[in-house]
Write a protein that binds this ligand. Structure first.
Ligand code: HSE
Length: 434
């Protein structure tokens, strides 16, 4: 056995740099906690010549994956390149070679869960993926180990820092979505291509991973209803405020006798709730279960150091198993092999919630009567209404409904939006909690 634990690292970007820094800066304490020095010996990157801005002395840099995969002396493979095909190949090859794997790749774990977890269960080697959800918030361990004996019935939260930063700015400054996005990009929160962040896809990947652990099934991200924040306007933020809410991008999953729902979309969150107070680029995930009740995990869901913290914790766990001579006794998705089955999400049409509807109407006789009749015909009960007596068309009419089924609201809106007094598509934002 080698005198150190040897790591092969794929990708030295923002997170990879953080991992190298943390292993170097905290070397002494990590050695004390593991019992041996843990070092990155090889890094595979697309462009070995590029200056990474950190000390890479003693690390072999290559662009050939086999430099790591064929090196029998490497104990742990850390995959931080992102993307699907290449990352999947690396992870599966590493597991087949008997190496422990650590990855931050939420898209891969959500979209190809069957291929990755089947291989992980078969090899029974540690696969760590704490960084894939909530970065600096240890939510995977919380759910898998802290709630190991609980029946979870809800996971809901803010799982994307970029989207939360944008919505927080819109709330605090009254700015438009575009101005807030530009601000996020200037500060380096949003990627150059922020599509996954603002379209809810990143949140959907993370929610799928958490659902797989909480509900012991392999859910498919493709079945998840995912809607981003690009259509949220400064006016919606203002009306939400008037009604006592903040708008947040939420991932919501609930288990009931009717099935398991999983959906991502902007939501009105009551001002006095814990999730409403989560501002800026922070993440927070609320869990509810039968014995523990409700808890909230809050912290930095992105960034070099919070992400590195999660990756390094997984590395240390893999080291501990290796040095104890055990294979991991903790099933990666909580359920033991053979007890994890493909599972379906409840169709979005069947979920029940309350709705904020903003109608953009001409100022003419009978409009309200026709809207309320169309809602009533679908069995939708109105809870409250706002109209400010604007004179400039379109005039905004805001209706908040009682709890109702998604299908009923969609049916009502597809009819209402054909009426001649409707000047622009009706805005629908779901209401969370209550
Ligand atoms: N892009 C993600 C976010 C961070 O903005 O939260 C990585 O998951």
């Amino acid at each position: 056995m080698s005198s150190t634990i040897r790591i092969g690292l794929f990708g030295v970007g923002v997170v990879g740099r953080g991992v190298i820094e943390q292993l170097q800066e905290n070397e002494e304490l990590i050695t004390r906690r593991v019992g041996k020095k843990v070092e990155v010996v090889t890094a595979v990157v697309a462009n070995p010549q590029k200056d990474r801005g950190i000390d890479l002395d003693g690390i072999m840099i290559s662009d050939d994956p086999d430099t790591i995969l064929q090196d029998e002396s490497i104990d742990i493979v850390v995959e931080l390149i992102g993307g699907l095909d290449e990352a999947e190949k690396i992870i599966i090859s590493a597991m087949q070679a008997g190496k422990a794997v650590v990855t931050a790749n939420k898209a891969l774990l959500a979209v190809r869960s069957i291929s990755i977890f089947e291989a992980a269960y078969k090899q029974n080697n540690p696969i760590g993926f704490e960084c894939s959800v909530g970065a600096g918030i240890p939510i995977i361990r919380t759910l898998r180990e802290g709630f190991a004996g609980d029946q979870v019935y809800e996971i809901s939260g803010i799982m994307n820092g970029t989207a939360n930063y944008i919505l927080s700015r819109m709330t605090e400054e009254g700015s438009s979505f575009d101005a807030a996005l530009a601000g996020a990009q200037e500060l380096g929160y949003a990627e150059v291509d922020p599509t996954f962040d603002i379209e809810g896809i990143d949140t959907g990947h993370k929610l799928t991973i958490l659902m797989n652990i909480a509900f012991n099934g392999l859910f498919s991200f493709d079945e998840m209803y995912v809607e981003g924040i690009t259509a949220v306007t400064a006016a919606d933020v203002e009306y939400a405020h008037e009604l006592g809410y903040r708008i947040k991008l939420l991932g919501i999953s609930k288990k009931s006798a009717d099935g398991v729902e999983g959906h991502v979309h902007p939501a009105l969150v009551p001002n006095d709730s814990m999730l409403a107070s989560v501002g800026g680029a922070y993440n927070a995930i609320a869990l509810s279960s039968d014995y523990a009740g409700t808890s909230l995990s809050y912290g930095q869901g992105a960034g070099s150091h919070p992400s590195a913290s999660a990756v390094v914790a997984d590395i240390i766990e893999a080291c501990r198993y290796q040095l104890s001579g055990q294979q991991t006794p903790i099933p990666p998705l909580s359920a033991v092999e053979g007890r994890l089955q493909p599972a379906n999400m409840m169709p979005m049409d069947e979920i029940m919630t309350r709705y904020y509807l903003r109608f953009n109407v001409r100022d003419q006789v009978g409009v309200l009567a026709q809207i309320s009749k169309a809602l009533g015909d679908e069995g939708i009960s109105i809870y409250s209404m706002i109209q400010h007596g604007e004179t400039e068309e379109p005039v905004a009419v805001i209706i908040v409904t009682h709890k109702t089924q998604e299908a009923a609201v969609q049916n009502a809106l597809s009819y209402i939006d054909t009426l001649e007094f409707i000047m622009a598509k009706t805005q629908l934002i779901r209401i969370y909690g209550g």
